[in-house]
Structures are given as C-alpha cells and as structure tokens.
Design a protein around this ligand. Structure first.
Ligand SMILES: [Zn+2]
Ligand SMILES: [Zn+2]
Length: 388
C-alpha cells in the first residue's frame, strides 16, 4: 500500500491550505484564525461533530466509520501554533505578520490532518470512530495539557492517540520512530542564594553568595556524573548566574541561578529534580546561606507505547516502503507527551528533506511530504479499525 491515490488528487488543495496557514501564523493560544479555518473545513467535510474551545482555542472533530461495532476510538493530533521568529524565507506566501512564523511546520501538520479528515469523512471505510484533535500552544504554552485538562480523552472516549512531527534532514516522505522515550522532558529551575552582603575586604563579616552559588553550580554537575545511571541520559545546564551589582568591592546579598533539566526517563527526571533541590539547599546551608529553589516542571518525556509504535511503524512502512524503527531520541520537548501520558499511542517523525532546521528563520515545511503524512494518518485508521 503506497501513497493513497486520493491524496495525490487532493495535494493541490491541501497545499493551498498549508500555504494559507503559513501566511497567517498565530502564537500560543491565539490561534483564532487557524482554529476557525480548521472548524469550518471540518464542518464542510461533513464531520459528525465539530467542537471548538477545547483547551481554549483547540478544535475537535469526530468522524464515524460506516459502522462502529468495534467500539474503537482513535485520536489523531496536529498542532496549529507558530513561533515568535521573523521569517526570512522570501516565499511568496511568507508570513504576513512580522515577528511570527510557522518555523516548526505546524502549518504542515494541521494541513495534513485536515487532508486525512477530508478523506476519512468521504470514505468512512472503517469500523469505529476517529477523533481529530487540533491543539494550540505547543511551543511552550502547554496547549496539549490544556486540552487534556478540558477532558479531551474522556469526553470523546479516546482509546489511543497518534501524532506526527516533520523532521528536516530525513529524506522527504520517509518515516522514523522509536518505542519508549522519543523526546525529553524539559524542566526549569530558579535558585536564589541568599547570604549576607558586605564589604569585599571584610568577607568574614559577610556570607558570600557568589562563592556559595559557585559551589552549587559545580555540585549540580554531579547529578549527571554521580547520581544518574551512566547508561541513562540527563542534562543539567545552569544558564544564568546573576549577582545584583556589577561592583568590584561588594559581596552581593543574593545571587540568582537559572537553568534547565532534560531527561528521557521519568525516573531520571524525578531523581534529577530531587537532587537539584537537595544540592542547592544543603550546599547553601553548609556555608550559612539559604537557597530558595523554584523548580518548574515543563513538558514530560514523550514516551511511545511499544505496541502502538510497532503498529504505527508497520503502517509507515506500508506507505513509504520502509521505516526507521530505532531513530535516536532528541533532547527537545513536545507537549503531545501530555496526551501520551493519558493514553497509549505513538509519535512519528516524517522526513522534511534537506533545508533549514526547525525554529530557523529560513525553515519551511516541505509540501512534498503531504501525501505520505496524510496516507499514514488515514491508513492508521483503516488498519486499526478494519471494516468487516
Ligand atoms: Zn517547535
Ligand atoms: Zn514543532
């Protein structure tokens, strides 16, 4: 089963949607135009149900098969938001909003899922129900989490979920995936070291926060080298070290440290969080200072369920001829992880060919990937919920 012929016919139409969305990028939850366009298209396709306002600006469409005896419900998800980047592609359909750009290809994800929805609503050649999920605010806002908190999974009885991200560097239209952790958790911490300010010439009357903070920075690197199993991955990066003055002779009262923790294993993530808290607190205390730690959990690890991953890879192999089943994990984060925490499923990478990386001002989604992406979504449904 290569590319479905219908998607070759629909390619011009889907490409036009993609380019229209590209020209009108919207950030975070402000995907008002895009959400309205998606909802309008889903109604036009004849979806059985279209609901807006899930997770603020998310859109959900329901497509029932010719029969629904199987009782199966599959969720297919795309993200709709853009990035705060000034576009430098020079395309004739480049962003009309200076400072906003579809530099992560979410315009392509949305257009491909719309294409699949159109085909599935036309053919309904399956026994069960498809829920198409269009989420805002993937780029840092947690739109996936908001949709889950709005009852997405229970309200539509979704049993398994699938999503897809384009991948520059992988040949166009090819697929890559791995079971287990595909993308990292991404957490942030602020550590405020509070000591006792004073004259640099009389350190014995002060509690030197720069010295305390320096010990904390060094000790935090022992998490990766001494606490975490060397066969597992963690990144602890301190990216900000800020005193309150630029002076030569004042011991600062406080120092701010800021950084990120990335992990591919929920247990490693828990361990690292605990160690950041303990190391900061105990190191400060050892010097008579105090550390106020604010540890913010961001996106969880994106964990592909093995059985669903194998199935998704088989479908990709059928569509493209072959599939990479053991792609290396990436330390980037992804908020489809919140949906995968709720239900089994898999996140697939789709080749975008050569060209700029995502989040680069010259990046562009490759329209040649559309038939493969749409076919993968549609074939997932038709295979998982085969008509009798
Ligand atoms: Zn991105
Ligand atoms: Zn993205």
């Amino acid at each position: 089963m290569p590319i479905k012929n219908r998607f070759a016919e629909l390619l011009g139409e889907i490409t036009a949607w993609r380019r229209d969305i590209h020209a009108h990028p919207e950030l975070l939850f402000d995907t008002h135009r895009t959400s309205a366009l998606v909802a309008e298209k889903l109604k036009e396709f004849g979806c059985d149900e279209v609901t807006t306002g899930i997770g603020r600006t998310g859109v959900v469409g329901v497509i029932k098969g010719k029969t629904t005896h199987s009782g199966k419900v599959i969720g297919l998800r795309a993200d709709m938001d853009a990035l705060p980047i000034l576009e430098a592609t020079g395309l004739d359909y480049a962003s009309k909003t200076p400072g906003a750009m579809h530099a992560c290809g979410h315009d392509g994800h949305t257009a491909m899922l719309l294409g699949a929805a159109k085909y599935l609503a036309e053919t309904r050649n399956f026994d069960g129900t498809v829920v198409v999920i269009f989420q805002p605010a993937e780029e840092g806002g947690g739109g996936g989490r908001e949709m889950v908190n709005d009852g997405l999974m229970d309200r539509w009885n979704i049993q398994e979920v699938y999503g897809m991200h384009n991948m520059p560097g992988l040949p166009v239209g090819e697929f890559a995936i791995r079971p287990g952790a595909l993308l990292a958790s991404a957490d942030e911490f602020d550590i405020t070291v509070v000591g006792k300010g004073g004259h640099a010439a009389q350190p014995h009357d002060a509690i030197d926060t720069t010295l305390v903070a320096s010990h904390i920075v060094v000790a935090l690197q022992s998490i990766a080298s001494r606490n975490v199993d060397p066969l597992k991955q963690v990144v602890v990066s301190v990216c900000t070290f800020r005193t309150e003055t630029d002076s030569y002779n004042v011991i600062p009262q406080t120092v701010l440290l800021r950084g990120t923790v990335r992990a591919l294993d929920p247990d490693v993530r828990d361990l690292a969080e605990g160690r950041v808290m303990a190391i900061a607190g105990a190191t400060a205390e050892a010097f008579g200072a105090r550390a106020e730690v604010n540890y913010q959990r961001g996106y969880p690890v994106t964990v592909n369920t093995p059985e669903n991953t194998e199935f998704a890879a088989d479908v990709a192999e059928a569509v493209a001829g072959h599939v990479i089943r053991d792609v290396s994990p990436l330390m980037a984060g992804e908020d489809f992880s919140f949906m995968l925490e709720e239900r089994p499923g898999a996140y697939m990478m789709l080749g975008n060919g050569d060209g700029a990386m995502v989040h680069h001002p010259e990046y562009n989604f490759n329209d040649e990937a559309i038939p493969a992406g749409c076919s993968w979504f549609a074939e997932l449904v038709e295979r998982r919920m085969k008509s009798a």
